[in-house]
Design a protein around this ligand. Structure first.
Ligand SMILES: *Cc1c(COP(=O)(O)O)cnc(C)c1O
Length: 357
């Protein structure tokens, strides 16, 4: 198999160890003589995987008592709606830091009154707004911690006077998080914790049951809590890969170690972007994401964009094209992206500079 440097934004690179362990479960799951995708989700072997996966989440993120971790379908995009349905009674506040944040806001608007406390849309979301005020008369405040498309990130758990809800789709498990500061954290698994098909929801149980509207059974978090994420058939394959991905993370030393590695990888690439006069970073420096590094050709070399992509492709680098809405380049440096890939990209940028400047 050829060696690829995978910078895809999601789905994206996953740990080889997790993929190989999954292959074994696909052949013979827990000695059952059946594949993991053939066993009953009510079997004791599968129930053990569900329990272990929730326990791994609680251990890695040091989730306090009073919270549950759910594994659902529908992606982060369905959570945009479920959050509002389950928590918005009179009013909610949103921070608009990108297209995902805007989509979350839009869904909430369909449910009730919403205030946008600040937006960085004016400069194509290249920074995280500061000095905004969180209203105290709202049911919750919603943020998107990592803006996958624009490469900006809120890397510090903020203090909120009202329940804080965060979409952490693209930076979950990249650093330790003080879960006690959040009423809910959710995201699609397909960036840092597994393949597409499963959505994680970390929810504080005593936050639920406060809205008066009718909640459809499948869209009510209580349904999934009461049934340990098995009200209906869970996405077994995706959860299996997530389980193995979390085990890999635990074996590596957990989130402190992961954070150090991620900070180091991102610094290598940002240093090169800042040094190399052919490239410029697009996010403001104090808002830079350690997960998605976004950059463009500098003004003078604008016509070289396609050349650079082709040059990198020749060197087996995949997924460097920026999101279709912003163009340029984006290197996603998720947990499973090895430092070697980042070093290879830096070398590629240096070589391109030598050949073209
Ligand atoms: C990828 C992504 C989403 C969308 O997730 P789906 O699971 O495809 O619905 C939402 N928010 C953020 C921050 C993302 O990176």
């Amino acid at each position: 198999m050829k060696q690829i440097h995978n910078f895809n934004a999601g789905p994206c690179v996953l740990p080889k160890e997790a993929i190989n362990a999954t292959i074994e479960h696909l052949k013979d799951f827990a000695g059952t003589g059946m594949s993991v995708i053939e066993v009953s989700h009510r079997s004791k072997e599968w129930e053990a995987v569900m329990k272990e996966t929730e326990a791994l989440w609680k251990e890695l993120l040091q989730i306090p008592d009073g919270y549950r971790v759910l594994f659902l379908g529908g992606g982060a995009s369905l959570q945009f709606l479920m959050v509002a349905m389950n928590f918005l009674e009179k009013k909610a506040a949103y921070l608009e830091t990108g297209v995902w944040a805007k989509k979350a806001l839009k869904e909430a608007k369909g449910i009730g009154e919403v205030v946008c406390v600040a937006s960085s849309a004016d400069t194509v979301y290249n920074y995280i707004p500061k000095n905004y005020k969180i209203p105290t008369d709202v049911d919750y405040f919603h943020i998107t911690t990592n803006n996958t498309i624009y490469g900006t990130e809120i890397r510090k758990d903020i203090d909120s006077p009202v329940p804080l809800i965060a979409d952490m789709s693209s930076d979950i498990m990249s650093r330790p998080v003080d879960v006690s500061k959040y009423a809910m954290i959710y995201g699609g698994a397909q960036k840092n914790v597994g393949p597409a098909g499963v959505t994680f929801v970390i929810v504080k149980e005593d936050m639920l049951g406060k809205v008066t509207r009718y909640l459809p059974t499948m869209l009510n978090y209580k349904t999934h809590i009461e049934n340990d994420s098995m009200f209906n058939t869970p996405p077994v394959f995706s959860i299996m890969v997530m389980n193995e991905t979390l085990k890999w993370l635990k074996n590596l030393g957990g989130l402190e170690v992961m954070n150090k590695m991620n900070v180091e990888k991102a610094a290598l690439l940002y240093d090169e972007i800042d040094r190399n006069s052919m490239f410029v970073g697009t996010a403001e420096k104090d808002s830079r994401s350690i997960m998605n590094v976004c950059f463009v050709m500098s003004e003078q070399y604008k016509d070289k964009e396609a050349d650079f992509l082709a040059f990198a492709r020749e060197k087996n680098m995949v997924g460097l094209k920026g999101h279709r809405s912003v163009g340029g380049f984006r290197a996603s440096l998720y947990n499973a992206c090895p430092k070697e890939s980042v070093l290879a990209l830096v070398a590629c940028m240096q070589e391109f500079e030598k050949l073209n400047k």
